[in-house]
Ligand binder design. Structure first.
Ligand code: COI
Length: 368
């Protein structure tokens, strides 16, 4: 697609941008530009443009406000040693975006247009890509239904695709002192059921998760752990990230990382997939297998589960130290501190993303 370029006539002054980059946090400040592309049934995708980051004006009757047709992605641009900027497996995000769109009866955007939009934004806002360890430019592609109509017979016939960016540190903080998370077992609420939208990255899943997340925070936890809808027993994923367990066999054989298998009730994370592929290269076994809450507790009590961690684009890899649930239930994982397998996987992944290690799988996608 040919994009029209309308650069911001009032970009943030260098001094202010540097001050934001001094302590970016997560998702608080946004760069100078955004990319938008429109869709309607007659024209297909049209009117691609780079323009100043600004509010979007929509009619109150726009479909997204009522029936929630919206999907999004989370991605990052990394400043590599030597100054180059790279994305990480962006085609995997593009494909997942289109699977999410399909689940909500929204149109697919050509992968090439999705990638062009990201590259264009990163190229124009390159000065916003942080260069400190663990920091990156977080990219948020999204699509919303814009048709002005309240009838609920057929999906919207018009859509808006947007990508915007925000300098970010890892969701739970970066640096050597990794803070172990406490997680809340959500036995009252359900995130996803078979045939639903659990495997799609759609706003509605997150909206429905807030009640449980708020409950978890009130209980002193950082994130929710979601269980299956039928039995409330099988671990699926966390609030906005996937989960892994580290097991050690009694015979001292090599550690194994375990994550719940993909079904239509959990999100197929890009970081999750990357770790499953990376682990064998690091001498770790990797397995997708169901884990129940009683098994989880028992494996910790017997000492066979030494670590657990959350993983996702925003979270990177974050150790889990403790599990809590209703009625005072709770246990500690290992010694409650970040373990060696978690640390090693985190370092390895970051070293690939920041271009410090060879990239035999061609995951790193240079831009700008
Ligand atoms: C991401 O990891 O990019 C996400 O979208 C998770 C979000 C809850 C911050």
């Amino acid at each position: 697609m040919d994009f029209e370029i309308h650069t911001s006539d009032r970009p943030m002054p260098d001094g202010e941008r540097e001050s934001v980059l001094g302590s970016p946090g997560f998702g608080r400040t946004f760069t100078d530009h955004m990319v938008t592309v429109r869709f309607d049934e007659e024209r297909g995708w049209y009117d691609g443009r780079l323009e100043a980051y600004a509010p979007i004006s929509l009619d109150p009757s726009a479909s997204v406000f009522h029936y929630g047709q919206e999907c999004f992605e989370g991605m990052k641009a990394y400043r590599q040693d030597g100054g180059a900027i790279a994305l990480f497996r962006p085609s995997v995000n593009a494909r997942r975006f289109n699977r999410s769109a399909e689940r909500l009866a929204m149109p697919a955007i050509p992968e090439e247009t999705f990638l062009q939009a990201l590259e264009l934004l990163v190229a124009h806002d390159a000065a916003w890509v942080p260069s400190r360890e663990g920091e990156s430019l977080y990219l948020r592609p999204l699509m919303i239904a814009t048709q002005h109509e309240l009838g609920f017979t057929l999906p919207s016939r018009s859509y808006l695709f947007v990508v915007f960016a925000s300098p970010a540190t890892a969701y739970f903080g970066a640096g050597e002192r990794l803070r172990p998370l406490t997680v809340w077992l959500s036995e009252e609420y359900t995130r996803a059921a078979p045939g639903g939208t659990g495997a799609a990255k759609v706003g509605g899943n997150y909206a429905a998760a807030f009640a449980a997340q708020r409950q978890g925070v009130a209980e002193g936890c950082d994130q929710v752990v979601w269980l299956d809808a039928a039995e409330h027993t099988w671990v699926e994923e966390m609030g906005g990230m996937n989960i892994f367990f580290v097991l050690r066999e009694e015979d001292g054989s090599r550690p194994r990382i375990v994550t719940p298998p993909l079904t239509d009730t959990l999100l197929p994370g890009v970081t999750r997939d990357s770790l499953l592929r990376l682990a064998p290269e690091l001498g770790l076994d990797a397995e997708e297998r169901p884990m129940s809450v009683p098994q989880w507790e028992e494996l910790c009590a017997s000492g066979r589960m030494t670590e657990a961690f959350a993983c996702g684009t925003a979270a990177v890899i974050a150790p889990i130290g403790r599990v809590k649930g209703a009625g005072g239930k709770g246990w500690t994982i290992g010694d409650g501190e970040p373990g060696p397998v978690t640390r090693r996987l985190r370092k390895e992944l970051l070293d690939i993303q920041y271009g410090r290690l060879p990239d035999p799988q061609a995951w790193v996608y240079k831009v700008g």
